[in-house]
Design a protein around this ligand. Sequence first.
Ligand code: FES
Length: 373
Amino acid sequence: MSEPKLSTADILAKIRAAKPSASSDAPAAPAPPAPVVESSAPEPSAVEAAPAPPKPKAAPAAKPGSTSDILAAIRAQGAKGGAAEAPAESAAPKAAAAPKAAPAAKPGSTSDILAAIRAGKGSAAAPTVTAEAPAAKAAVKPVAAATSGVAKPSVEDMLKAVRGGGAIAAVAIATPAVPVKPVLPPMPMRPSAAKDKKSTGTDRRSFVAACLSPLAIGFGSMAATSLLWLLDLARFMFPNVLVEPPTKFKIGPASDYPLGNVSTKWLAARGVWIVHTDQYKGRNLIYAIASVCTHLGCTPNWLEGEQKYKCPCHGSGFYINGINFEGPAPRPLERVGIKLASDGQLEVDKSVKFQEEMGQWEDTNSFVDGALA
Ligand code: FES
């Protein structure tokens, strides 16, 4: 038949109920007074077998209220020694042989009381444990010595053991001890490893020396030259793009260019003079003259005061109509194409040229009738 588990409240109630009988000076009875134990926890022990004696009326002790009161009472009971021995002998056979061999020691701390509970193995009621505390303290020593180096059971484990009647010592022994690893001194470096480390430094110096050798420098220079040559070849694969202004452009209406006038408005931007004159074969014409000397290609200047084009390079001179008359220039200046556009503006086309010595000035694309201006 399994025992019902005792709660903490029940255990404390047992201790409170047993306190008067353990602390009183009543004569020793054949069985310890444990009426509460029988009613709440019917355990198969010597306490249950004994008949319940009537409660002593001579010295009723005050019932302890809290756990600290109970512990204080247990300590006081331990101090009494001989008075508590009588009920301990009858309640616990283990402690019966102990009183004479082991003198009653005072259970001073809570750990001593808990050790006494462990020694009682929880099967007996709390008063029995309290009474046999002095003797049990001596009995606990070998157990503690046997379990040195083993984890100490907690209070909760002890309470579980009291409820279930198990042995605390068994729980403590079942807990494995944590092995302590020995601390070893550091191992010295192997001679082979030290040799490898030294050889690494030597290899680094050898590598630097090899990089600075004449042969390495020569090969490096050749590699750099080859790289530059490849880059230049890649640039050659892409054609040069020369951004030039369009060859055809409009210069405005003919009325902007009066007769007998040379306009330098488009000289800097387009390189042409716009001339309106009647000094070529007596014809009133408007035409565009390229500003390129026919000697070696310099750019002449229009001299308004002298009414001529003068080349600054070798002194060639040209009339207002472009005919050369001085200097090394072998032939007249060249005309470019000009026409009247549909919108009434003059349009110049530098892509075509007309040379006087070739008879090309007679081409209608080389002039515009000046009467339109
Ligand atoms: Fe004009 Fe020589 S380049 S005169």
